[in-house]
Design a protein around this ligand. Sequence first.
Ligand SMILES: [Zn+2]
Length: 258
Amino acid sequence: MIRRAGFVLGLLTAGTALGLVSWAWRYRVSITRTQRLLAYLRAADAYAAWRIPARARCGDAPFLTPTEGYIGYLWGDAFRPGHRHTGIDIFGGRGNGQTPVFAAYPGRLYRRADWRASLIIQHDDPLQPGRIIWTYYTHLADEQGHSLIADAFPPGTEGVPVEAGTFLGYQGNFSGRPGHPVGVHLHFSIVRSAADGHYLDERRLANTLDPSPYLGFPLRFDQVPGDRVPTCPHAWQLEAMGALPGPLVWPGFERSTP
Ligand SMILES: [Zn+2]
């Protein structure tokens, strides 16, 4: 009995140690990525070559890129123990309300009545037809939570059809807590649905999908070393879809939405 308890304890200890080692490895990759990101944010225009273009297709990927900028964090990155990043973070390198955000794929757009900075679009999965997936876009508000979402999608929007490349709003820095801004960026994730088609909780990695096959280039944390710039290995095909909306006048930008 004692021997068995010792065996179980040994297994548990080995499991914990393995968990710690794998977390430490992921965390180290993310630290390197953070150093790169800070260099970019200090002098974004000097690193313009690191940016991906907006509304661009990598090879024959099903999704368009949802915004322009440097991809600072990838799917699965670990910032702190027990946390994994559920999407990718694209940093435009400009201020609030200056870098437009677009739908990655055709679908139906929803915005909950209490969402200041977020939108979600329901899609038929192009890689697994018949399956419902969602693309989630967040940080589309200023640091106080004033929305930077396009007027076409007010709070309470339910199932409005959008095309790939539809203008959704602008990158912002709202963290969810007024007065505690994050860097100006778009968080973009692909969310699984429950059996009834409703989206699952986006904050859990298991409820999200690796965006790499949808955007056509490596975006999983362990596919891209921390000192490498995530980008399309092929030529980008830019979608011709009319003029981009002009940048917002900022500051002094007012919206009626919360
Ligand atoms: Zn993010």
